[in-house]
Write a protein that binds this ligand. Sequence first.
Ligand SMILES: [Zn+2]
Length: 995
Amino acid sequence: MKHFYIFALLAALSNTAFAQNYWQQEVNYTIKVKLNDKHHTLSAFEEFEYINNSPNSLDSIYIHLWPNAYRNGKTALGKQKYTSGEMELAFGEEKNKGGIDSLDFRVNGKTVKWTYDKKHIDICVLYLPETLQSGGRISVSTPFKVKIPSGEISRLGHIDQSYQITQWYPKPAVYDKNGWHPIPYLNQGEFYSEFGSFDVTITLPENYVVGATGDLQTVTEMEFLTALAEKTSKEIPSMLTNTKKETTAFPTSSSVYKTIRYTQDRVHDFAWFADKRYAALKGEVTLPVSKRKVTSWALFVPQNAANWQHAIEYINDGTYYYSLWNGDYPYNSVTAVDGTISAGGGMEYPTITVIGNTSSKEELEVVIVHEVGHNWFYGILGSNERTHGWMDEGMNTLNEVRYVQTKYPNNTRMSDMVLNGRFHFDDLDHHDLNDISFRMTAILGADQPIETPSEVFTSTNYGTVMYMKTGLVFTYLKDYLGDELFDKSMQAYFEEWKFKHPQPEDMRATLERVSGKDLSWLFTDLIQTTKYIDYKIARVKTGASGTSVTVKNVGQVAGPIEINALKDSVIVETVWVEPGTQKTRVQLKSTAVDEVRIDVSKEIPELYRNNNSWKSTGLFKKVEPLKLEFLIGDNEANRSNIFWTPIVAGNVYDKFMVGAAVHNMGIPFNKFQYLVAPMYSFGRQMVSGIGEFSYTFSPQNILKVSRFGLSVKSFKVDSSSTIRKNEGAYLAISPYWQAKFKNERNSPISHNFLAQGILRYTNYGGLKSDYVGGFAGYSVDYKKPDHVVNLKIRTDIISGKAVEMGRVTIESIYRFRYLKNSMKRWIELRAFIGNNYYFKVKDNSNTYAYSMSLSGNDGAQDLFFENYYFGRGTVDGLWSQQRDENMGGFKSTSYYGTTSNWMGAGNLYVQLPIPKLSIFGVFADFGTFYNGTSVNSAINAGAAIRISSVFGMYFPIWMSKELDASYGNSKYGEKIRLTLKLNLVNKGLKLGIGE
Ligand SMILES: [Zn+2]
């Protein structure tokens, strides 16, 4: 997927040569189809002419049979849905599934041999009886029947008698300079198809309202639609007063059938939608350049009239602006239909788009404009959406955001729409929301390059990188080139590549040639890698002859840098630093400037913006003014946002605590983060609390994220009555380094590393328990839908007043789904080995904390303060049972099996197959340990209730003799084990090792 370029003449020359050699295949379809709306099936006959414009001769043709994607859970679609937790194809009812059959392919009238693709039943290969020579053409025909699946699965489907007929007919795969592109149908991952013409005749009951690709050729149907549009215009007011929003019932299907015909050339797909309930609106838009008129249609169900009443305006405005910026719309009609699409908010087809449920007019407008915009980016510029999804989705997002900014300047209603103005995000517009979403993904180290095949993207990155980052990157280019030159470049790209298959290198060649700029920083760094942008103002000097500004590139992309000089908050001068420099001094003409900023408009997708400003006044010229806000909000570019919230907490010794948390974790995160939460402790009668500080790097070598942090905690730790002297309390100071390894190909394997030190001071009851130490842990995770493996290797070293200890532990957990039906029940297998390979006792009365326990550690054994405990030092009562499921992992409360030598254990947990209740399970633990003189073992088995990974209760049913004996005469209730994991704060601040 990676391409490397030599810029300038060579690229320009090779492009000219390439453009002359460009060829593409042509497919011209004639399809006759009849809808059976009782059985939800299509019966059809298709004939297509296939013209081989390639320089090669062909012996076979790949054909897509995409309705077969809906056959079962084993198709590529079925597997992708399963991975995302949607099981309808794997375990759903047969009536909701779909497929295509009754195929009988003939070439030039003669029956031919064909076979299904070995891996994908939604692809087949046709073996041509005679080689199709370069320049030759053949006619391929076949009847076919489609069982229409449930519309809740993906893009082809029906909801009752509302039909979305998309990706529905046998269709040749693309053959281009890189060979054949047969692709199985996917939900996440769109299409790549050959251009040609369609002549489609649809037969269905006459009271259906149909929207389809192309020009309607049937006069009576055009009259029917026009009359419906007139009727709808009159009825809109009464539709709006239908406050109950009751769903319009499906009228009975007419027994009379109608046959309607559509034709369209220079397109690569044909879709149609049919619903008897549809209302219609008809309009017209005059194109900005050619002044040609295009007819617009909106089809919707009456109960959605409130949102759809102005749909024609959205369709017209979208068509107008996309034409203005990219090139005139080449077809005669543009249609949006209201449908239930489960593959996202909407889906594009040539000249027609289907829109899913929307919650407001604003959302409907954005979705309609986006989908109409796909006529340019996918429809006319027919890029390969499966491998270069950004070429359509990303370029379309750019235009969609520009549309919102152009039509609604300074309007932040888009963010209000998403977040209802909650928190402090109300200063954000449509562009800013994309900006924040992408930067947050990148700062967490979870992003992938823009140039990533659709099926390799994580579902988050499919949105935040492929759509959003691409939009941001090209907005940056537009800002740098200026609207005029940018539009000229995009229009040239449109003219050169319309009705063709442009590749990324084609787009780059045109944009570089027309703009006259080297765009390697964009096409190489920003598109093909996850390298990040960060520019910084290093120095500003004002003088009588002007202002000199030194900017530094502290990121990894050497792109152009925008510098703005301001006077009284108004921009007086803007200068662009050309790409490629690490540190530059720029001379501005303006004098008496009181503020210098990098990129005031926030159109450069920098990861961090808090090093972008300089002010002439104030004590700290590069420090931004503070802004205190409640709870959480966004980190603004020119402010230091601080957030606060009151908190209450409690534990056995501090009793009730009340205080405040103050932090700077606005979104997206800063490099430096802090959270300080001091609380007044009624048990200690002074302040307890926590402080967390961290600094994050995005190194981009083998590490994706590297974070240094310091965690400070102080709480009371015994129930002594001595208070206010800081007795019976601890102070733990833990510096740490945490690293996340790169995983750009969305591999199921991920690696994490965590090293943490500790310095603990305690002051209670004469016990010498201060210590210093550290651990280093490495964790590998493997995640597939039905299998999760985690392996952790860790070594601890502690030097305390009581004990000096060295320990190594290995823990592996394998979870697999044993019930592969809608119940999703899991089995968990765990193995543990630990060895205190060095153990030097200095104070014999206090060795317990340094030992390992079969039943996992309690608060005293949590030497590195990795969990929160209600009673860290309790040895009896309810809170002493709050143990971690580490070490021996026994679900018992016994202290039997505490050793300062070695220990091994195996644990089994099975979720019971009780419908709807996954909280019940059974467990069995086996452990063995050496107590210094002999090797001992223990077994414990019973039943359990588990609620997520936070809460667990374990009821022993059978235990081995020694373990049972360790309870003495205890009541059964004391054998019930309670597990409570409270390290939620920790998880929020750290990436979590193995979590
Ligand atoms: Zn899209």
